[in-house]
Design a protein around this ligand. Structure first.
Ligand code: ADP
Ligand code: MG
Length: 246
């Protein structure tokens, strides 16, 4: 049996619901001590009892509407979020390509951010420096690489982000929607890089609005709906199920 890279066991994730006052503000004041307790203890559930496994070397897609909990799931895998209950187990080094520019310092140049990110991912500075030429070439950022990244467009940030995580030997690669902001040529280049990773046995978790890409690249996929797993199985079946429900 193939080794498991990621295991979710009955994972719940909720956030405090600070802004939600049931019954209006007057009612809130009128029922005062009781309402304040309710106010503090009310929580908004993002994931309710989610369980799945990703095997080593698998390419696994996550689909679902906006706000379904896809990015939250990736955050839990990356360890930047903790489950409210249940367990998340990850075996291997995670290279997260999460929201645009997360982990980048706007005042540093593209080049400096590459080194910073590589080190944050657990590589030595020497390892990063050895690979930096290749990373810059892949990014096609040209002279912009020595400009502070606050001058970058969202497409340029996506180029930098993908190049860093993709060229530093990822073991478990998390990709959240970032390809959507790049231009068509760069998207194609990223997708072919991902196909190469697939052949080389890199574990990938892929969140994308492009159902076609999910179907083409992923072995299996999960559809998250209403805080729960609605469907889990071969990517094509899950994508088709999701399309039927739209
Ligand atoms: N830090 C946070 N505090 C409160 N609510 C959050 C936070 N992050 C995400 N959420 C809520 O959790 C839900 C799921 O978000 P997310 O995982 O980003 O969805 P998706 O990536 O599928 O669009 C959304 O309703 C969002 O508003
Ligand atoms: Mg998201």
């Amino acid at each position: 049996m193939r080794e498991r890279a990621i295991v979710f066991e009955g994972v719940h994730k909720s956030y405090p619901l600070y802004y939600h006052i049931t019954g209006g503000f007057k009612n809130f004041l009128f029922n005062f001590p009781k309402s304040i307790t309710q106010f503090i203890t009310t929580r908004y559930d993002v994931l309710k009892g989610v369980s799945f496994e990703v095997l080593r070397g698998e390419t696994f897609g996550i689909i679902g509407r906006n706000g379904a909990g896809k990015s939250t799931t990736l955050g839990l895998i990356a360890g930047v979020l903790k489950p409210s209950s249940g367990a998340v187990t990850v075996q291997g080094r995670v290279s997260p390509l999460l929201e645009l520019g997360a982990g980048f310092n706007p005042e540093l140049t593209g080049r400096e951010n590459i080194v910073l990110n590589g080190v944050l991912m657990g590589l030595t500075r020497a390892e990063v420096v050895r690979r930096i030429g290749e990373i810059i070439e892949f990014s096609e950022l040209g002279n912009f690489i020595d400009q502070p990244i606050r001058m970058y467009s969202s497409g340029m940030l996506a180029r930098l982000g993908f190049s860093v995580v993709a060229l530093l030997d990822p073991e478990i690669l998390l990709i959240d929607e970032v390809l959507a902001v790049g231009d068509a040529d760069f998207q194609k280049k990223c997708l072919s890089k991902m196909m190469q990773f697939k052949k080389n046995g890199v574990t990938m978790i892929f969140v994308s609005h492009s159902l076609k890409d999910v179907e083409e690249i992923c072995d299996r996929a999960v559809w998250i709906d209403n805080q729960r797993i609605r469907m889990l199985g071969p990517a094509r079946e899950v994508v088709n199920g999701y399309k039927r429900a739209l």
